[in-house]
Design a binder for this molecule. Structure first.
Ligand SMILES: Nc1ncnc2c1ncn2[C@@H]1O[C@H](COP(=O)(O)OP(=O)(O)OP(=O)(O)O)[C@@H](O)[C@H]1O
Ligand SMILES: [Mg+2]
Length: 279
């Protein structure tokens, strides 16, 4: 499965993306976690130690790599000749770092797709990289994105099987979610599902269901508001490492199972032997 996680700012995208990645890795899948948010927070939710994550250079900012693969310096003027089909198949292995449970983290940085898509060397490389990633067979790919929808262009999200739209029990996050769904439809993402996060009780869940039903949409899953997620943030420990049995982590585990059942039935984990721990 190739999963992209999107939603309004602060709804819990990174918690969901990072925790899903860890859970799938524990199930035995080869997991590639892609951080497409320039704020670079996915490493934390995955449990990659700060001394490792602080040294990662996002692909979008790796000028020498961009020049090496496209033949042009980043920021080159439009019209300069550069490769639109750069070689990318070795990048995830070369620039990814291995975190707990063997999850591979690739920090991409943002693709500025704006309008028809910016024709610059950096975007050429990143688009080719995402295309390659969505075509990788047998791997679980989970991409965390920047808040909002500006980034959700063809270049970024096309080719993903499932878009998880995270919403909270409030109107603005649901409105953003509806807009994201519309955009996702335009770029042919196969499925868009809504996940309610920070849900504090039946009335919160009812509220989200009610708002979505106005658009004939349903709520796929809910994750409760969970104080241990807050405490994990204070302790700077990945939520799944802080408390695996906490309600939010348990709910994300059941989301992981539901996603497989719904969108990848018959898919079996491939990995196992070559998985390594933190490097
Ligand atoms: N289920 C939850 N219960 C309690 N707190 C939560 C829950 N989910 C997320 N949070 C808290 O909400 C904040 C935002 O979470 P997170 O960083 O995952 O959201 P995000 O959508 O990735 O944000 P951003 O748009 O900034 O990337 C964090 O402080 C996190 O600890
Ligand atoms: Mg985030």
């Amino acid at each position: 499965m190739k999963i992209v996680v999107a939603g309004k700012g602060g709804v819990g995208k990174t918690l969901v993306a990072g925790t899903l990645a860890r859970i799938y890795a524990r199930m035995g899948f080869n997991v590639l976690a892609v951080d497409a948010d320039p704020a670079v927070n996915l490493a934390y939710a995955l449990g990659v130690p700060p001394e490792v994550s602080s040294k990662i250079v996002p692909i979008a900012e790796n000028s020498s790599l961009i020049e090496e693969r496209t033949g042009a310096k980043p920021g080159s003027a439009f019209g300069l000749l550069f490769s639109l089909t750069p070689t990318v198949d070795d990048i995830a292995d070369k620039y990814g770092v291995i975190g707990p449970d063997g999850v591979k983290l690739l920090v991409m940085g943002t693709i500025r797709s704006g309008g028809s898509g910016c024709a610059c060397p950096a975007n050429s490389l990143l688009s080719a990289l995402i295309r390659h990633i969505t075509l990788m067979r047998g791997d679980m790919v989970i991409m965390d994105t920047e808040a909002g929808l500006e980034h959700l262009g063809r270049a970024t999200a096309k080719g993903f099987d499932v878009l998880i739209c995270v919403v909270e029990p409030n109107a603005p996050s649901i409105e953003t979610g509806i807009k994201i769904r519309r955009l996702a439809g335009e770029i042919n993402i196969k499925a868009v599902i809504f996940v309610g996060n920070k849900v504090s009780g039946a009335s919160d869940e009812e509220y989200i269901r009610g708002e979505l039903s106005k658009y004939s949409l349903s709520l796929f899953h809910t994750i409760p508001f969970d104080q241990s997620v807050i405490m994990a943030g204070r302790a700077r420990i990945a939520p799944i490492d802080y408390s695996q049995s906490s309600p939010a982590i348990q709910a994300i585990e059941s989301l992981a199972n539901k996603l497989i059942k719904e969108f990848a039935s018959g898919v079996k984990p491939l990995g196992g032997s070559e998985k390594s721990q933190i490097v």
